[in-house]
Design a binder for this molecule. Structure first.
Ligand code: AMP
Length: 396
């Protein structure tokens, strides 16, 4: 996969109409529709500002929620248009449809420096099905395509990949940053390269572990998925999370790590509980876990060993919490890991989803080189998969 792609800096946008795929999939209050976090809209501003300031007319588009091809008024992008307009300090023209008469007329009349937002792309079923007629009609409104919604680049949808068949395609600043930092980490990392993988299930991270075993010098395992590996090694794991059908895979990965000389670290002690609850009493266990207990977090010895393994690293990639960090009593392992990253001096990359929210919740976000904005997309990136929304961009 080539991560070296043309960006908006590589093209003159003056006088051009730019179809800009944004990630305006913002969380909303279910009753009132009020936007509860405008983080994603704020994140889109630099690319939009750059385009407008350089004489482009911007036709912005995004999905919101999962309307699955139905016109659901609750999922209109109108509130996003309003918030975007406040943040930009200028009018955001809003189209009542996507590729209908209103959108086409407004796009045709759009002047340099102006911005139009189309209605929710997923109101049309052809968006997710990557319908070529739909993609072409979207593309026909513009001169070039700019992809800035990293959270959807792993999807081959009309607005993320399909339009690139009809328009020259460039990355916006958000996508450019994601692929530059993560692409470098995977292709040419500053070594030692340490990957930390946690979260609930082995099955979710199989492809990631397999891919990273070929690239990393050290792999650190925590979270619920550690117990399947420990069981595979013959440990007692009590009532801990176990994926029986992944035991063979776990053995295979342990063997692969040994063959490749990858330092593969598993927890040596645990914070356990008798039940999965926020108010459960934390109990420390070393080695085996008692039959009536489940592992909820890595223990202090493990946390210290993991922090030591991270020290001196050149590149660290982290995906998935070390324990049930949503419960305060079982958040210490994840906190220790976040602190170790923050203090490491390495290029630190935190994959989206739960690990990103853990780092934010625990207050270490500003000490991390890059927190990916795409959960599924960053996971597929780490799997080494080709991302359709990146592959379709022009090579630099
Ligand atoms: P993932 O989405 O795969 O990154 O998993 C994140 C989830 O894994 C979080 O909600 C954690 O609470 C959960 N998790 C982490 N460690 C454990 C554990 N030891 N037992 C059960 N769930 C866990």
């Amino acid at each position: 996969m080539n991560y070296n792609k043309k960006t908006i800096y590589d093209v003159s946008v003056e006088g051009k109409k730019v179809l800009l795929r944004c990630d305006f999939n913002v969380p909303q209050n279910k009753e009132t529709g009020e936007i509860t976090s405008d983080k994603r809209i704020v994140a889109a501003i630099p690319t939009i500002r750059y385009l407008l300031d350089h004489g482009a007319a911007v036709i912005a588009c995004s999905h919101l929620g999962k309307p699955k091809g139905e016109w659901k008024t609750k999922l209109t992008l109108a509130p996003v248009a309003k918030r975007l307009s406040e943040l930009l300090g200028q009018e955001v023209i809003f189209a009542k449809d996507i590729i209908g008469e209103d959108a086409k007329a407004k796009a045709a009349a759009l002047q340099p420096g102006q911005i139009l937002l189309l209605e929710n792309l997923r109101f049309d079923i052809r968006e997710e099905k990557n319908g070529s007629d739909f993609a072409k009609e979207l593309a026909d409104m513009a001169d070039i395509f700019v992809s800035d919604a990293f959270g959807t680049v792993h999807r081959a949808h009309a607005s993320t990949a399909g339009v690139a068949a009809y328009l020259p395609a460039y990355s916006g600043l958000l996508v450019a940053k994601e692929i530059a930092i993560m692409g470098k980490a995977l292709e040419d990392p500053k070594r030692p390269f340490v990957a930390i993988l946690g979260g609930a299930k082995v099955s979710d991270k199989i492809a990631v572990i397999n891919n990273l075993l070929e690239k990393a010098d050290t792999i650190i395992i925590g979270g619920g998925m550690a117990y399947t590996f420990l069981k595979a090694q013959g440990r007692e794991i009590g009532k801990s999370l176990l994926e029986e059908d992944r035991l063979d895979y776990a053995r295979e990965m342990l063997k692969k790590a040994e063959e490749r000389g990858v330092n593969f670290l598993l927890p040596v002690d645990h914070i356990c509980a008798a039940e999965f609850a926020a108010d459960a009493t934390p109990v420390e266990a070393e080695g085996d876990i008692p039959a009536d207990m489940m592992g909820m977090d890595i223990g202090p010895k493990t946390a210290a060993a993991y922090a030591a393994a991270v020290k001196g690293a050149g590149t660290i990639v982290w995906n998935g919490p070390m324990g049930v960090f949503e419960f305060d009593a079982f958040a210490e392992g994840t906190r220790a890991m976040a602190r170790a990253l923050a203090e490491s001096g390495a290029v630190t990359i935190v994959g989206g989803g739960d690990s990103a929210s853990a780092v934010e919740k625990l207050g270490f976000a500003d000490k991390i080189t890059h927190i990916s904005t795409g959960g599924g997309a960053s996971l597929e990136f780490l799997e080494g998969k080709e991302l359709p929304g990146v592959a379709c961009l022009l090579d630099a």
